[in-house]
Design a protein around this ligand. Structure first.
Ligand code: ATR
Length: 273
């Protein structure tokens, strides 16, 4: 019997995680089965307990259950602790489950390893102060960057998130309307504005010459923020598909102790159809 894993969310039909983990398993010769679970919005904890009681070894958790997964984990990694959200559950023994969050390391590895962005001495702007931003905060602060600014439409949320991160690195929060005259080497979009094909309202001159943009969203066509980057002469305007695959690779590593290669998997997902 193959070892069992799954992704749980609601909705879940369009998740790419089963295809990604199937590719990792084939590449590394691991005998696993990775399924898709539609979580019950009223009984997520019950779904998780059942999955593990029936012998499952690990779950990926996606919208809208990441905070609930954080709450039900019996122990958590430091990066999950700060994130306030868990995207990976690991069976420890018959009664205990560990929660981790691989989103931030996925972002940092996609930028740093796949694309060669050198975080050292760079100033980075993180747009948004919701779950997506909080989820990547600690790995970003540990990337070696010189300065992180969190900017949000609602300034107080950015200030609160910056206060949470301040013990771990150089971070400040502000409103989107307080960026005038500032320059950043990398701008990361972690807002949900792109879901309605919009971009956060930031000054035209925010991106330093030679700077990069990164949208945590991805799509079959360039996202609104990728288009903003291209229109503002970004040296690279990247979307979040690489982050998706890298966070999956980190989960796979946590479960199986093997780090799969990601380049061909990312390329495969890029191909239309
Ligand atoms: P997620 O889990 O995707 O981060 P969230 O917690 O609802 O979702 O947070 C959404 C983020 O996108 C917030 O930072 C939100 O800004 P506010 O806190 O001011 O609401 C931001 N956001 C959404 N639509 C936006 C828009 N059109 N322009 C700028 N920011 C936007």
């Amino acid at each position: 019997m193959p070892d069992r894993y799954a992704v749980i969310g609601n909705p879940i039909a369009h998740s790419k995680s089963p295809a990604i983990h199937a590719a990792f398993a084939e590449q590394t010769g691991q005998d696993i089965r990775y399924g898709r679970l539609l979580g019950d919005r009223d009984d997520f904890a019950g779904d998780v307990r059942r999955f593990f009681a029936e012998g499952g070894l690990g779950l990926n958790v996606t919208v809208p259950f990441k905070e609930e997964a954080w709450a039900l984990a019996d122990e958590r990694s430091p990066r999950a602790e700060i994130a306030g959200a868990v995207n990976t559950l690991i069976r420890l023994d018959a009664t205990r489950i560990r929660g981790d969050n691989t989103d931030g390391v996925g972002l940092v590895r996609d930028l740093g390893i796949n694309h060669g962005f050198d975080f050292r001495a760079r100033s980075v702007l993180l747009l948004g102060a919701g779950g997506a931003s909080r989820g990547v905060l600690l790995p970003l602060l540990e990337s070696g960057l010189a300065r992180l600014r969190i900017a949000n439409r609602t300034a107080a949320k950015a200030e609160d998130l910056a206060a949470l991160g301040a013990a771990f690195g150089p971070v400040e929060g502000c409103g989107l309307d307080q960026l005038e005259g500032e320059r950043f080497d990398l701008i990361i979009n972690a807002t949900s504005a792109g879901l309605s094909d919009a971009v956060p309202a930031i000054p035209e001159t925010c991106l330093a010459p030679g700077g990069w943009t990164y949208d945590m969203l991805y799509g079959d066509v360039p996202t609104a923020f990728c288009r903003w980057g291209a229109a503002h002469q970004a040296a690279r305007a990247l979307d979040g598909l690489g982050m998706l695959v890298e966070q999956a690779a980190e989960s796979f590593h946590l479960w199986r102790g093997i780090r799969p290669k990601t380049a061909t998997v990312i390329k495969g997902l890029r191909r239309p159809g």
